[in-house]
Design a protein around this ligand. Structure first.
Ligand code: E4P
Length: 230
């Protein structure tokens, strides 16, 4: 399952882009509003950090089909290839998605809260659908089970639309989604850190270092190999 970073924080994007195997960045109007300032320059800086080959998902703020289309064209004009336009799953959004996907735009249909919405989005030509796992669980629904339903429908139909699950609060939710066969998940910085961090990994590494030092002092294995080769 591909991992995408769900933030517009430039320091986090620099860090995770350098160290983690992320394939892109997702934003939404709420995420961008946290950054403030010149948001056009900010989006260009995100593209600059991740480079032209990674995915950048940017959501329209318009609500009428024609306005969404014009905004989508402006977003892709600004940010170039591998930019996906996030469009909410409304009737206006579906109409815009039909038009834009036929023109070759990559559309991420967002604010997906049901498998039925995902099916319509896929039929409209969306490249991705973004079901909101935590928001479903906060209304007493089963977010991971709905992702599994969507994935089963996509597998049965053979559509090229991929699931890009979103709205995660826990590592367990991400793993649950990964087990459904979903193509991608977008994860905020806090959960992304927690996917890798483990206290027993830290104590294990500390144990290896201390045992090595007791036996060999500050000598490195590389220096011993080099010495043996002489
Ligand atoms: C994707 O980018 C979604 O907009 C985002 O994951 C929603 O997350 P939230 O429910 O934590 O706001």
């Amino acid at each position: 399952m591909k991992l995408i970073l769900d933030t517009a924080n430039l320091n986090d994007i620099k860090y995770f882009n350098e160290y983690y195997p992320i394939v892109g960045v997702t934003t939404n109007p709420t995420i961008l509003s946290k950054e403030g300032g010149d948001i056009v320059a900010h989006l260009k800086e995100i593209r600059n950090i991740i480079g032209p080959d990674k995915e950048l998902h940017v959501q329209v703020t318009e609500t009428k089909c024609e306005d969404m289309i014009a905004e989508a064209e402006a977003i892709v004009g600004l940010l170039g290839k591998n930019t996906f336009v996030k469009i909410p799953a409304t009737d206006e959004g579906i109409k815009a998605t039909k038009y834009l996907s036929a023109k070759g735009y990559g559309i991420t249909m967002t604010a997906i809260l049901s498998a039925a919405q995902a099916m319509i989005a896929s039929n409209a030509g969306a490249a991705y659908v973004a079901p909101y796992v935590s928001r479903l669980e906060n209304i007493c629904d089963d977010g991971v089970a709905i992702v599994a339903e969507i994935q089963a429908i996509f597998d049965a139909s053979g559509t090229s639309t991929e699931v890009l699950a979103a709205s995660f609060k826990t590592v367990r939710q991400v793993l649950g989604v990964a087990m459904t066969g979903a193509g991608a998940s977008t994860v905020g910085s806090e959960v992304m850190y927690k996917l890798l961090a483990h206290p027993t990994t830290d104590t294990s590494i500390a144990g290896f270092a201390s045992d090595w030092k007791k036996a060999f002092g500050d000598v490195t294995l590389k220096s011993l190999i080099e010495k043996a080769g002489k």
